[in-house]
Design a binder for this molecule. Sequence first.
Ligand code: SF4
Length: 332
Amino acid sequence: MFKPKVIYYEKDIVNYELGKELMEKYKEVPKIEIENHNNIEEMRKKSNKEFIDMKRNLIIGIRKTHKFVENHKTSDYLVPYTSSGCTAACMYCYLVCNYNKCSYLRLFVNREQMLDKIIKTSEKSEKELTFEIGSNSDLVLENSITKNLVWTIENFKDTKKGRLTFPTKFDMVDDILVLNHKGKVTVRMSVNPDYIINRVEFGTSRLDARINAINKLKEAGYNVGILIAPVIMVENWKELYLELIKILDSKLSKKAKKDAFFEIIFMTYSYVHTKINEEAFSNAINLYNKDIMRGGGRGKYRYKEEYKKDGEMFFRKQMNKYFPNNKIEYIV
Ligand code: SF4
């Protein structure tokens, strides 16, 4: 259970139900009032070495930007929702690109306003829309602090139209199993070989626990997707990922295997990651490999086309063998 070291908060959070609840829940934790959750000067000044220590803080504010971004993968819109950042520290986390070393967990207490916008947009649309609510954080992790997933599903389930989706790397799903979600929610569990989880995805759930969570969610009637992501081309990556596919084949329940869909995403890395990681995790493996990666613009690194093509062929072949009836939404 996450116990914050210090809470940085905007004073107006107490005008919201969730703000009051969090202040009560953490009444023993030292607090510092801030003007704006987006700009905490003492955090920006900290060194990369302090990255993990910074992740022990919790920031509570009010979300001011509510712009939906069109998306054409597993949803129609990416929606800024109830949190951004995370207490975990995956070495490739793309939130580090967006927030740099300030990718600590921020909670936003104006959830009514955010969900209201989703509901109004979905009910106005002629088409059935899907909203990705977890692109800025991990909502299963967040739920363990705020219960916001429970709140969201309960308040969304009776809308006339629309669906919600979010990815996660955590297994604490028991709170949402009992809810009457009415089939409107898709949970997409991200998986990786234990070798990668142990060395790269610090602070997230183990593979076995994630697979158990998939089986429980399916049993509870949720739509379930599986993200094999990000695929990291370490030296023996084909062996590792073949083993992962075999583990999924043997440990997923019949129900989960029947209609889970897959998304497969190769890792994107960046100059910012290399700088933070070499100082914050000096003993960790180096995810940047100049021989197989190329610059992808704005300081980003991607696998070179020939390696990606080979990777795609590998996954298509193995998935065809072990999961011939499951749809692969995309491989990117
Ligand atoms: S769990 Fe997700 S949001 Fe959290 S650090 Fe890892 S990739 Fe980032």
